[in-house]
Design a protein around this ligand. Structure first.
Ligand SMILES: Nc1ncnc2c1ncn2[C@@H]1O[C@H](COP(=O)(O)OP(=O)(O)OP(=O)(O)O)[C@@H](O)[C@H]1O
Ligand SMILES: [Mg+2]
Length: 157
């Protein structure tokens, strides 16, 4: 059984603010899958998380390099974008397991593409654009730690 909750981010600022709440709720640790179509807002949310954790520069989808590491004051964030992953073997070759450890926050855009290899996430976020605009964020806890993060989010991060 898993618990979930849906939020609405009406514009990019709301998305950034949600990213900041999520950064606080998880204290910069965990594995979060970001699902949703092209343009659903996965990178925008990742940017919000990274800026809240102290990263000051740009945040782009690492479409060609597959992963971008960010060494921050209190944690390390690994931002994956697996959109262009053709063969799971590429993940093996890059030693992907090292990017999933207790002391880091690992964000994965397009996790479906690495489904056979990736470890289970703590949280799964599904982003979608509802007809009324903005973005809907459906957050599902997968692990016990994910449940804690979801509860923190319910309390406002
Ligand atoms: N809550 C929001 N309301 C309205 N527009 C948004 C919201 N969040 C993001 N956007 C806009 O949606 C567009 C796509 O966002 P983004 O690049 O984050 O999507 P993505 O899911 O990472 O796409 P891709 O799968 O191509 O990596 C951007 O123009 C961004 O400004
Ligand atoms: Mg993206």
């Amino acid at each position: 059984m898993s618990s979930s909750q849906t939020w609405l981010a009406g514009d990019v600022d709301a998305m950034t603010a949600f990213g900041a709440q999520l950064a606080r709720a998880c204290q910069g640790r965990g594995v979060i899958f970001l699902e949703g179509d092209l343009g659903a807002g996965k990178t925008t949310l990742s940017r919000g998380i990274l800026h809240a954790l102290g990263h000051q520069g740009a945040v782009k989808s690492p479409t060609y390099t597959l992963v971008e590491p960010y060494t921050l004051a209190d944690t390390t964030v690994y931002h994956f974008d697996l959109y262009r992953l053709l063969d799971p073997e590429e993940l093996e070759l890059m030693g992907y397991r090292e990017y999933f450890h207790d002391q880091a926050l690992t964000l994965v855009e397009w996790p479906e593409r690495g489904r056979l290899l990736l470890p289970e996430p703590d949280l799964r976020l599904r982003l979608a654009e509802p007809p009324a605009g903005g973005r809907e964020l459906a957050v599902t806890a997968v692990t016990a730690r994910g449940e804690q993060i979801l509860n923190e989010l319910r309390n406002g991060g």
